[in-house]
Design a binder for this molecule. Structure first.
Ligand SMILES: [Zn+2]
Length: 414
């Protein structure tokens, strides 16, 4: 069965897809995240996510924790660049309980002095324990800086120690909540073994009276620095790593074929890097290569962690050589077909079996692309890609001279 989209009278879009299973998945997406923050405010989105999931006006902290723990198979909340997500999976008999808990979390938050004071501690602990200083995060933020200059994407989502001390208070948090947490700026996505006829009246009852109109700011597409090979060599991290990256058109200006061709090109790159580097050094590496498209910016990023710093130059040159081959159209038809087939098959598997993934994908497809059909159209879009598409997209987007390079070198150990 295909997915459906129903809009409540207050403007809340509800995505739905039925699966013949005993569980359901529920994902709530709000279009607000750390890219909306200035340096001074950095971390307020993450802080708000914490406050909301801690307690509500009607449910004290202990009771909320117990209710989720006792009824959900899984639940989580996450803050990203452009969205905050609340995710739940539970047995279908628990639908009313989970839905009413989520609506209370969203509609009746308890934002007061005491709650704000008590939540600073857990957020600081999470920041200290988090891996924002990991080689991956350091390299990624450098690449973003090379491509975008001073831009909120170079801040970390949760790195709010300064904001936490000097900026975040009850009125700032309340103001942010009322501007962005509104039905017309959110998406609710429900998939699994719950009937539409049973789900919709419950959802309407719980979320339909939620009022409020979006009055926050809208992200505008980022301005990229002129493409050039900026190279950063950093010491003092505990892993050797090479990361290459360049800017891409944001989702608001993208063409699906371009994105899908780049996804295939990134897979080809991972495969060829694995073979080349093993051939040259006898060591297996785990390269990764991705193109990410936010509403307001996109970045293509390829990284390889090195076993030893003595291979860093070799790795840098090998990545550039392999990108250059794609750029010049030296692409094997057979390899492209294999990636296409695999992507189509894994897409069909997750569409058919993974109700949780599809709940998230449906919600995000609507939040980012305003296109609820995208996840289900994806296998067909992949199948229709031709070699001409591949060559056109690679020559448009993968000029190796446009990639900035970050090389991380650890201190010598004695
Ligand atoms: Zn957190």
């Amino acid at each position: 069965m295909h997915s459906k989209m129903v809009k409540l009278d207050n403007g809340l879009p509800v995505m739905y897809k039925k699966y013949p299973i005993d569980s359901f998945s529920m994902v709530f997406v709000v279009n607000y995240g750390s890219l909306y923050e200035s340096k001074k405010e950095n971390g307020i989105a993450h802080f708000l996510e914490h406050l909301l999931t801690k307690q509500t006006k009607n449910i004290p902290s202990e009771k909320l924790k117990n209710r989720l723990f006792d009824n959900a198979i899984f639940w989580n909340a996450m803050t990203g660049y452009e969205q905050i997500q609340f995710l739940f999976k539970a047995h279908k008999s628990k639908f009313d309980t989970i839905a009413s808990t989520l609506s209370d979390i969203l509609i009746n938050p308890n934002i007061d002095e005491k709650a704000v004071r008590l939540e600073r501690g857990p957020v600081i602990t999470e920041m200290r324990g988090g891996d924002d200083k990991s080689p991956d995060a350091v390299a990624s933020s450098k690449i973003t800086r090379a491509v975008l200059g001073e831009h909120p994407a170079t801040f970390t989502v949760a790195d709010s120690m300064r904001a936490l001390r000097n900026y975040i208070n009850v009125s700032k948090v309340k103001d942010t909540y009322s501007k962005y947490f509104t039905p017309d700026n959110s998406v609710l996505s429900v998939t699994g073994g719950i009937e539409l006829e049973k789900m919709l009246p419950v959802v309407n009852d719980l979320f339909g009276s939620w009022s409020g109109k979006f009055s926050g700011k809208t992200l505008s597409p980022a301005e990229y620095l002129p493409p050039s090979r900026r190279t950063f060599r950093l010491r003092g991290v505990d892993e050797s790593m090479v990361v290459l990256g360049k800017g891409l058109p944001p989702a608001s200006k993208q063409n699906y074929d371009d994105v899908n061709c780049l996804t295939i090109a990134n897979s080809l790159l991972v495969k060829s890097l694995m073979l080349e580097l093993r051939e040259k050094t006898g060591i297996t590496y785990t390269p990764s290569s991705d193109n990410s498209h936010m509403t307001s910016f996109g970045i293509n990023e390829t990284s390889v962690s090195a076993f030893s710093p003595k291979y860093l130059n070799l790795i840098e040159n090998t990545i550039l050589t392999e990108i250059d081959k794609l750029y010049k159209g030296e692409i094997s038809h057979e390899a492209v077909e294999k990636v296409k087939e695999n992507t189509v098959l894994s897409g069909l598997v997750s569409l058919g079996e993974e109700s949780f993934e599809i709940a998230e994908e449906l919600g995000m497809a609507y939040a980012v692309l305003k296109d609820p059909t995208y996840p289900e159209a994806l296998p067909h879009l992949f199948e229709s890609i031709t070699m001409d598409d591949m060559r056109r997209v690679c020559s448009n987007h993968l000029n190796p001279d446009d990639f900035s390079v970050v090389v991380l070198k650890p201190y010598k150990k004695c």
